[in-house]
Design a protein around this ligand. Structure first.
Ligand SMILES: C[S@@+](CC[C@H](N)C(=O)[O-])C[C@H]1O[C@@H](n2cnc3c(N)ncnc32)[C@H](O)[C@@H]1O
Length: 151
């Protein structure tokens, strides 16, 4: 995380000053909490479609204490669309989305002026032969990839 965020121009400064952040597909909320603890002036909202994950994320936020507890909320579409975000994050999520392109279109509507998207996804090469390691096979199976003409 400390290496990823600085790759986005100016975003660390924004986070220090205070912006709204959406962590889409936050799972148990670890990424949300890591950012919330690092940037106390910003407000972090975790979204996930899995009720059990959101409950776990809430518990982790409560255990961490402090102001970030209210920043973890269920992923109802209306919740996401209720505000504009300076940063929208997808950590290891796009390959789980039924329609990642449509999700990106929706996210474009909730970006504040100058806002940006952090997208982190397991990396796999395009061809099976280039992924013949334990992690390569896993990532190739999970990662979104261009539709090959022969498939
Ligand atoms: C591989 S997990 C990553 C979780 C977390 N970002 C992390 O890095 O630990 C993918 C998450 O995306 C969530 N997800 C899948 N489809 C979603 C959707 N349409 N909206 C929000 N979350 C979604 C899943 O429930 C799951 O928690």
């Amino acid at each position: 995380m400390p290496n990823w965020l600085p790759t986005l121009d100016g975003i660390v400064q924004w986070l220090v000053e205070g912006i709204q952040v959406a962590d889409v597909g936050c799972g148990h909320g670890y990424s949300t909490l890591m950012m919330a603890e690092e940037f106390p002036n910003s407000r972090f909202h975790g979204f996930d479609t899995q009720t059990a994950s959101i409950e776990a994320a809430r518990k982790h936020a409560e255990a961490a204490g402090g102001r970030q507890t209210g920043g973890v909320c269920p992923s109802r579409r209306d919740d996401l669309f209720r505000r504009q975000y300076g940063l929208v994050c997808f950590f290891d999520v796009p390959h789980d989305l039924g329609d990642p392109v449509d999700a990106a279109r929706h996210v474009a509507k909730v970006l504040a002026p100058g806002g940006t998207v952090m997208l982190v996804e397991p990396f796999a090469h395009d061809h099976t032969a280039d992924n013949l390691s334990a992690t390569g096979q896993l990532y190739y199976a999970a990662s979104t990839r261009p539709r090959h003409p022969s498939t």
